[in-house]
Design a protein around this ligand. Structure first.
Ligand code: F6P
Length: 324
């Protein structure tokens, strides 16, 4: 292996830049070339490549987003699109690529590998933490801290007005962000897709919390939760069934994806970036690099794609206890 490409794909996440930096510098350390692919798989199809050396990644370890930019490429889902991408990689003499992204990005890499036998390594980069084979994905810790900070601020106004707030957080089909940020933010209830709470139980719980003397409440809801059609329907339901509550909704949205990565995300990104390149140099490919019990581990990419990340059920119990 003489030339490795690196790209970021799918939803961006804080820590992606730190991972790019680690990949570029590990290549330089081992005297091999590194090529940055801009705009994810779309840039691969369009040949948007630039050579990258250690000085091209100065001062990015602390930056949110991704200097390589990202995309969700529809064209890469077609055999014609992937053929163009393959031709471009070959024309540049690229031997392997490292893709930093989530499940969709890994699926793309896997199909590409099946078709062309092209060596691929995945680095899990998504705020959702929904990837099998790693306890943490890049950006998750930063997003958690962003959400907790937002909940703290909402709590100030909720408490001043004796209001109930539904705070909707991201996570796609997973409840990791909601569950952990909900506990850290002192939420009364946390609604996640992995656990069907049901409207009746929610109302009962809110009644109990009111009766216990709580004047304001925060309910954190994961965007993937199916308790209502959406968070506004939930508000309408509580408005109707519990007129004693003054309800507001706050959808945190894409602010959760931005910001300076935490120390945790930067260190994780650095470890995963080094391992990704060194795995390729050892002649291994089609793995995702991840972290389990603080060890950097390899998981076959197809397993990472097919496996389901689990939430920690004990956290639900902890939340139930500490929120009475
Ligand atoms: O996967 C990251 C994520 O931010 C999810 O939490 C969210 O559902 C989705 O991406 C939003 O995607 P987009 O930025 O394309 O609207």
């Amino acid at each position: 292996i003489k030339k490795i490409a690196v790209l970021t794909s799918g939803g961006d996440s804080p820590g992606m830049n730190a991972a790019i930096r680690a990949v570029v510098r590990t290549c330089a350390f081992h005297n091999i070339e590194c090529i940055g692919v801009y705009r994810g798989y779309q840039g691969m199809i369009e040949g948007d490549f630039r050579e990258m050396g250690p000085r091209d990644v100065n001062n990015i370890i602390n930056k949110g987003g991704t200097i390589l930019k990202s995309a969700r490429s529809k064209e890469f889902m077609t055999p014609e699109g992937r053929k163009k991408a393959y031709n471009n990689l070959k024309a540049q003499g690229i031997d392997a690529f490292v893709v930093i992204g989530g499940n969709g990005s890994f699926t793309g890499g896997l199909i590409f590998n099946e078709e062309y036998g092209f060596p691929v390594i995945g680095i899990p980069g998504t705020i959702d933490n929904d990837i099998y084979g790693t306890s943490f994905t890049l950006g998750y810790d930063t997003a958690l801290n962003t959400v907790v900070e937002a909940i703290d601020k909402i709590r100030d106004t909720a408490s001043s007005h004796n209001r109930l707030f539904f705070v909707e957080v991201m996570g796609r089909d997973a409840g990791h962000i909601a569950l952990n940020a909900g506990i850290a933010g002192g939420a009364e209830e946390i609604l996640i897709p992995e656990e069907d709470m049901g409207l009746d139980r929610l109302v009962e719980s809110l009644k109990k919390s009111k009766a216990s003397g709580k004047l304001s409440s925060i309910v954190v809801i994961a965007e993937g939760d199916k308790i209502g059609k959406n968070v506004f329907e939930l508000k309408d339901y509580v408005d109707e069934n519990m007129p004693e509550y003054d309800v507001r909704v706050s959808i945190l949205g894409h602010m959760q994806r931005g910001g300076t990565p935490t120390c945790f995300d930067r260190v994780l990104a650095s470890r995963l970036g080094v391992k990704a390149v060194e795995t390729l140099l050892e002649g291994q490919s089609n793995y995702m690099v991840g972290v389990l019990k603080d060890e950097i581990v390899l998981t076959p990419l197809d397993l990472a794609v097919k496996g389901k990340s689990q939430i920690d059920k004990e956290l639900i119990r902890v939340s139930d206890i500490v929120s009475i």
